[in-house]
Design a protein around this ligand. Structure first.
Ligand SMILES: Cc1ncc(COP(=O)(O)O)c(C=O)c1O
Length: 460
């Protein structure tokens, strides 16, 4: 079907559509972006922040890897001056000055601002951004199931979460999830440690090592030959037939969404600690890899509620799977997938290999997201290689998708249009650019070696 006929009268710009179909990397700007951002009833990130804080002590007990942060989910926010300089130089931009770019607290070189990497690739237990949604989802479910069984975990004694009674109770329930890999790892590894049985429905894109790791932890992995949406659907249908199976719906879950949104508070505290204010003269730009949209959408929602028009969020999607771009560009009143415009959804970025955006998240992003840029697979590998060479940081390909975000804004005509139309050009030397890095620390070393070899080849 011609996408021009979709979306109740709203059409994708023919030039954009042509570039999308040719898999030419592009920056798309969201004309539906609104200046402010209002909370949506029933979606309060503070509830997720409070729930995660309430269970910090039992989490530190159950997950020794969370002891250093007292059971709180936390990832570093670090400057990447060498990678910034290398990418800016490659784009013909002025080099970052030593003032600021290296410390994360100064102003950076004229007109370029400071790039910071948000290290969710190193989040504990799940090794990806999916830990945020996963922890919140599983904790909320444990609370509900214990309450329904007449044995609620008392607010005054959250350590009951680790006790035999709760464990035995949760062990009678099965968690099920459809995943391209990382959500399954998150829900699986967290759920098992709390005592749940777990079944993961994996799409054809899921990597073998992720399946093996899950099986080693006593998790049932069901392999599907279809894509992510098919795996999700299989899980949803199985759960509908059994009362003790609880399906974690990556396309629609509010608990997942709020777990991601809680990251906004953490980032706000880190920026404050690093002396980086966010206001009309010091804008914040955030670049996030997008699959179905839950993780980047939740984080964007949390940030927009905190910083309003002073934060500008952009998603990064593979050229073969730009599902959020396609959905937003076509209008959100009718589902439009990447297949509908002739794309194949085949990408090495397994976490981002999603054909259809979340129907929960897309309408929210229609008003809050500044834009989306697309990335070719070769660039993902090249940037993962560059980050390893320049900064010693190893990411999985999906997680490197956002690295060029600042370049799209500073060195392209469309990026310039965005800055001009928002009166931002004069503020760019004081801008903070946060690049969200979303996965990598659990990747086996032989996989990293393969990614690096492909990146070196692409860079040659
Ligand atoms: C490494 C990585 N980055 C980003 C994402 C995107 O998250 P979402 O699918 O919620 O948009 C995923 C999803 O699995 C992922 O695995």
């Amino acid at each position: 079907m011609d996408s021009g006929e979709r979306g109740a009268g709203m059409v994708i710009d023919p030039q954009v559509l042509d570039s999308l179909r040719k898999k030419q990397p592009l920056l798309w700007l969201n004309s539906g972006l609104e200046a402010g951002a209002d909370p949506i009833p029933g979606l309060d990130p503070a509830l997720a922040e409070q729930r995660l804080a309430r269970y910090a002590a039992p989490l530190a007990h159950l997950f020794p890897e969370m002891e250093p942060t007292g059971g709180r989910l936390y990832s570093a926010l670090q400057p990447i001056p060498k990678a910034q300089a290398a990418l800016q130089a490659a784009a013909g931009m002025p080099a970052a000055g030593s003032a600021g770019a290296g410390t994360g607290v100064g102003t950076g070189a004229a007109g370029v601002g400071v790039w910071l990497l948000k290290r969710d690739d190193a989040l504990p237990v799940a090794g990806s951004v999916k830990a945020r949604g996963g922890f919140h989802e599983v904790l909320a479910l444990a609370e509900r199931l214990t309450a329904e069984a007449g044995r609620p975990i008392s607010a005054g004694d959250p350590m009951q979460l680790c006790g035999d009674t709760v464990r035995a109770l949760l062990g009678r329930h099965t968690l099920s999830v459809g995943s391209t890999g990382n959500l399954g790892m998150s829900i699986g590894l967290i759920g098992r440690r709390l005592g749940f049985q777990v079944v993961i429905h994996m799409s054809a894109d899921a990597k073998q090592w992720k399946k093996e790791r899950l099986r080693r932890h006593g998790i049932t992995v069901v392999e599907h030959s279809g894509d992510y949406a098919a795996a999700v659907d299989a899980g949803r249908q199985e759960a509908a037939r059994a009362a003790d199976i609880h399906f974690v719906d990556d396309e629609r879950s509010r608990h997942l969404f709020l777990g991601y949104a809680a990251a906004a508070g953490e980032l706000a505290r880190q920026l404050q600690e690093q002396g980086r204010r966010v206001d009309a003269d010091r804008p914040l730009f955030v670049y996030l890899p997008c699959g179905v949209g839950g993780a980047p959408g939740g984080i964007t929602y949390g940030l927009k509620l905190r910083f309003g028009g002073h934060v500008h969020c952009f998603f990064a999607e593979p050229t073969a799977a730009p599902c959020m771009l396609v959905q937003l560009a076509a209008g959100v009143d009718k589902a439009v997938s990447v297949y509908d415009i002739g794309l194949d959804n085949v990408t090495e970025a397994d976490g981002l290999a999603v054909g259809l955006a979340s129907p929960l998240v897309a309408p929210i992003m229609a008003k809050m997201l500044s834009g989306v840029f697309t990335v070719a697979d070769d660039t993902l590998f090249r940037d993962a290689y560059l980050l390893a060479q320049e900064e010693g940081i190893l990411l999985e390909p999906s997680a490197a998708a956002a690295l060029r975000g600042p370049l799209w804004l500073r060195s392209t005509r469309r990026g310039g249009d965005y800055l001009d139309s928002h009166g931002l050009a004069r503020t760019m030397d004081r801008a903070t650019h946060v690049i969200w890095s979303t996965g990598g620390s659990l990747v086996p070393s032989e996989e990293h070696a393969r990614f690096q070899a492909r990146g070196a080849q692409a860079a040659a």
